[in-house]
Design a binder for this molecule. Structure first.
Ligand code: MLC
Length: 484
């Protein structure tokens, strides 16, 4: 294939049209420059001559330009705007202090002494505070969760978040064209999207996608999916993304250490996000979607098994968070940011980074490649708060100072690992602190079982403010904590 043909095949139709318009503009400017240098009389004469001699050619050119303009206007990607979001704040009586956890563990009589001590140690080192939320079954006499309590956990969080979101955006449920629900560890039948369609009596035309088993990055992945549909669709106007987790049925009653870690750090949380491609909503939207990146590292055995649902030696099912997860997350993140850098970094940083990459290739022994400074690309970072060790590892790898990881650490302390909704609790932290200014770029970074690393990049369209439904409203004055 010739180089010109190869170049053309690399361009999307939109890019081809953009190139066509650039050439047209350049030709017009050139023509203007030539004509403005000739005298007006001569110009009139020339124009009349051209018009009379090449009438058909000129009409064809005009017609082609009109068709190209119409094609461009009807196929150009639409803006993807985040109208608003809402995070579920469970009732105060669902708060789980260390004492509540310890009491639950003793009362259930399902763990041996060694496991009890192990959980106590992990809980104290986990970075979780005394105000995270657990499912209601923890407080009931029949401590073992049933399907009903898992369904209640999911439905309560999803409907509370969606109600709050629809109320503050003033968008009726019937206007939702696309509904995506995501839940990492619980996949009931009918699906959670069906539950929402039923609850809100959504119209028959609603398109739904239900994502499950995709771990803590599925929220970011779901927004990426919504953005892809919204960018190209003329029919879909509003997309509702509901990001939840239901930990009831995955509470582990056994003595496998890696599975006990899950009990210690996963907590209740849900976020709902309303996205539109209606340009008229730019004035009221919070953020504009800029780009996304999803990388899947599951081809590697260790990455695939780093967070894994399986039976322990006694046949009890649990989700094992292997010790290797931190190494796997670091490895995945390195590969991910290599691909994100060209999309996101400013030129100077990019050139510096490219230089280091090339130098690393040339010196084959130099395996430790420099990590670019992403704080030059984004003003704020919402990093998935998978656990204390995950935050510390990302901070070390990317050489982030404590002020960058502060929202992640505070979020883990206040809400625990709520799975894929966490990045929105972090966004709410920024809003509660009033830190985001119009024009700022925000990077959402999430890790998920599989093992996946997913990024979303947004641009703020207005300054952040604390809204009445912000989940931090009653406690933000206590954060950031001095020690963690
Ligand atoms: C669990 C921790 C809070 C423990 O804190 P520390 O690391 O400071 O403690 P530590 O190293 O002294 O460990 C204390 C004891 O626990 C043991 N230990 C630690 N992690 C373990 C694990 N995953 N499996 C089994 N044992 C483990 C250690 O060997 C040690 O045992 P001994 O005392 O016998 O030597 C931390 O390691 C952590 O945050 N880990 C990351 C949790 C995680 O995987 N999060 C991702 C969730 S998945 C996710 O978010 C994505 C998704 O689900 O999709």
């Amino acid at each position: 294939m010739g180089s010109k043909t190869r170049l053309l095949s690399l361009l999307t139709p939109i890019q081809l049209l953009q190139a066509f318009f650039c050439i047209l503009l350049a030709l017009t400017l050139a023509l203007h420059a030539i004509l403005s240098s000739t005298s007006t009389l001569l110009l009139d004469h020339n124009i009349r001559l051209v018009l009379s001699q090449h009438r058909i050619a000129l009409f064809s050119l005009l017609w082609c330009t009109l068709v190209a303009l119409l094609a461009y206007l009807s196929t150009r990607p639409r803006p993807v705007l985040l109208l608003d979001y809402a995070c579920f704040l469970p009732d105060k009586d669902r708060k789980c202090s260390y004492e509540t956890c310890e009491y639950f563990v003793r009362r259930s009589r399902r763990y041996n002494d060694v496991s009890e001590q192990f959980m106590s140690g992990i809980y104290h080192k986990s970075g979780l505070g005394d105000e995270t939320y657990v499912p209601s079954f923890i407080f009931q006499n029949d401590y073992e969760a049933k399907l009903q309590s898992a369904l209640e956990e999911a439905e309560e969080g999803m409907t509370a978040a969606v109600d709050a979101l629809l109320a503050k955006t003033d968008v009726p449920a019937s206007a939702i064209d696309l509904l995506i629900a995501t839940c990492g560890m619980f996949a009931p039948c009918p699906s959670l999207t069906s539950l929402l369609v039923h609850h809100y009596r959504l119209p028959e035309s609603t398109t739904t996608y239900n994502l499950s088993g995709m771990g803590c990055s599925s929220g970011v992945g779901a927004i990426d999916l919504a953005a892809r549909v919204l960018k190209s669709s003329r029919k879909v106007r509003y997309a509702l993304v509901v990001i939840t987790e239901s930990i009831s049925l995955n509470w582990y009653f056994g003595d496998n250490r890696s599975m006990l870690v899950t009990n210690c750090i996963f907590r209740v949380g849900t976020a709902a996000v309303l996205i539109t491609n209606d340009p008229a909503k730019r004035g009221v939207a919070k953020m504009e979607f800029l780009h996304s990146l999803r990388t899947h590292h599951g081809a590697d055995d260790a990455s695939y098994r780093a967070a894994y649902q399986e039976e322990d030696d006694a046949g009890t099912v649990g989700v094992a968070l292997k010790k290797d997860l931190i190494r796997v997350a670091g490895q995945g993140l390195r590969a991910h940011i290599r691909l994100l850098a060209p999309k996101a970094l400013p030129w100077v940083q990019l050139i510096q980074y490219a230089y280091h990459v090339v130098r690393g290739w040339l010196r084959k022994g130099d395996q430790k490649q420099k990590v670019p400074d992403f704080t030059t690309a984004f003003e704020h970072m919402c990093m998935h708060t998978g656990g204390k060790a995950v935050i510390e590892s990302v901070g070390r790898l990317m050489q982030l100072d404590d002020s960058v990881t502060e929202p992640a650490r505070m979020c883990l302390h206040r809400f625990g690992n709520t799975s894929s909704s966490l990045v929105f609790y972090e966004l709410a932290y920024f809003d509660a602190k009033g830190r985001i200014k119009s024009g700022d770029k925000i990077w959402m970074l999430a890790f998920g079982t599989g093992f996946k690393v997913c990024s979303l990049v947004w641009r703020a369209l207005r300054d952040s403010v604390m809204e009445p439904d912000n989940p931090w409203k009653d406690c933000i004055h206590r954060y950031p904590m001095k020690t963690w």
